[in-house]
Ligand binder design. Structure first.
Ligand code: SF4
Length: 225
């Protein structure tokens, strides 16, 4: 049976929906809206590049995950990265340099990749790589971070480069977050979120769903807003 499914058309439509929704959500934030309108143009161009590769029998993904750091400042219970030894407390060795990552980002751009998730360990340990990423305005970089390493340099970097989108992990309330991530982490994350709000940075929250959280919600102990 003939397979008429066009993967790249499907991915292009998906990207368009994501970007349109993001533009709608950013209407009160002119700097961000402007960036997203430009980014929408880049995603259309990237879709065409991927479609050209598809004609040659090569399917290029729309997004990549780049694990840029092999260490982390926290020791969360149940960390998959530490469990797989992808993250540990040893002095980092065999990590790619910022220039090597820059080369990978450039190749991704040429291939028509529009999204690169920066993950770790804790990706914000690699400020050198994140600075390189900021220069690729054709690519949106969600940064999956524990939210504890924000400082003035990062605030400035995020304010000036809207293609960097921090996605902060938190486990609902203070008790559960600190139980998993360490004492005081909840308040540090909240402080980071406040600072990011001050520069009207769109902030994504990555809420970890755990059995305990779900039970708390169902029992009405944890407000959902
Ligand atoms: S912040 Fe993430 S990488 Fe670091 S220990 Fe916690 S779960 Fe693991």
């Amino acid at each position: 049976m003939e397979n008429n499914f066009k993967l790249q058309e499907y991915l292009a439509e998906g990207a368009e929906i994501i970007v349109k929704d993001a533009i709608k959500a950013s209407l009160k934030n002119p700097k961000e809206s402007l960036f997203l309108v430009k980014f929408a143009k880049h995603t259309r161009k990237a879709s065409k590049i991927r479609q050209e590769y598809e004609k040659k029998g090569q399917n290029i993904p729309i997004f990549l995950i780049a694990s840029i750091a092999s260490s982390c400042n926290l020791h969360c219970t149940g960390c998959y990265s530490r469990a797989n030894d992808a993250c540990n407390d040893d002095e980092p060795s065999n990590q790619l340099s910022d220039n090597e990552w820059e080369d990978i980002f450039a190749q991704a751009k040429e291939l028509g990749i529009s999204f690169i998730v920066l993950a770790g360990g804790e990706p914000m340990i690699r400020e050198d790589v994140i600075i390189k990423a900021s220069q690729f305005k054709e690519i949106l970089f969600p940064i999956f971070t524990n939210g504890t390493l924000l400082n003035n340099d990062y605030l400035k970097l995020f304010e000036e480069n809207r293609n960097l989108v921090p996605i902060v992990s938190i486990e609902s309330d203070e008790r559960i977050t600190d139980l998993r991530r360490g004492e005081g982490v909840y308040n540090t994350i909240l402080n980071s979120m406040e600072l990011m709000k001050e520069i009207t940075l769109s902030l994504d929250l990555h809420l970890h769903l755990q059995k305990e959280i779900c039970q708390g919600c169902f029992q009405g102990n944890i407000p959902i807003s």
